[in-house]
Design a protein around this ligand. Structure first.
Ligand code: CU
Length: 151
């Protein structure tokens, strides 16, 4: 009986459709995306933030937006200091200068997940598609870390 169960499990595994793998690092044109991660937001309920490094080996580009199934309202954000307090602001685009690195990191620029459809699970992955003005779309998978994770 035990053996039979094992065989059935092996067969059903083999029959699972192969999902397209979305890499944690990705590149298109002269752009390479690395060091991505996401975490739930300590500043806002039902929200999360994503961070990554964009290395641009080519001409200047701009990150215009990102798409994700994880939330209702994906926005590009930055942090600003206002009256001695840190606040988040939406930005229309993030410049990615030629031959440089643009870092989205805690306390600065970030991907904002507003209206999460389900809480970000530590150890899980969030698939996002970055939309660049010139390079087009780059899909990347962000590993989810704990709420206070800094890198
Ligand atoms: Cu934000």
């Amino acid at each position: 009986m035990k053996r039979r169960t094992f065989l059935l499990a092996a067969v059903s595994c083999a029959m699972l459709p192969t999902l397209p793998a979305v890499a944690q690092d990705a590149s298109a044109g002269g752009l390479t995306i690395t060091q991505g991660f996401a975490r739930s937001s300590p500043m806002m309920a039902n929200a999360g933030a994503g961070f990554l490094t964009i290395t641009n080996a080519g001409a200047a580009d701009r990150l215009l937006a990102f798409k994700t199934e994880a939330c209702e309202q994906p926005e590009l954000h930055t942090h600003i200091e206002q009256d001695g307090m840190m606040a988040m602001r939406k930005v229309d685009a993030i410049d990615v200068p030629a031959n440089s690195q643009t870092v989205l990191a805690p306390g600065g620029l970030h991907l904002m997940f507003i209206g999460l459809k389900s809480p970000l699970q530590e150890g899980g992955q969030v698939a996002v598609t970055l939309v660049f003005e010139k390079a087009g779309e780059i899909a990347v998978s962000l590993p989810v870390k704990g709420p206070g994770a800094m890198n």
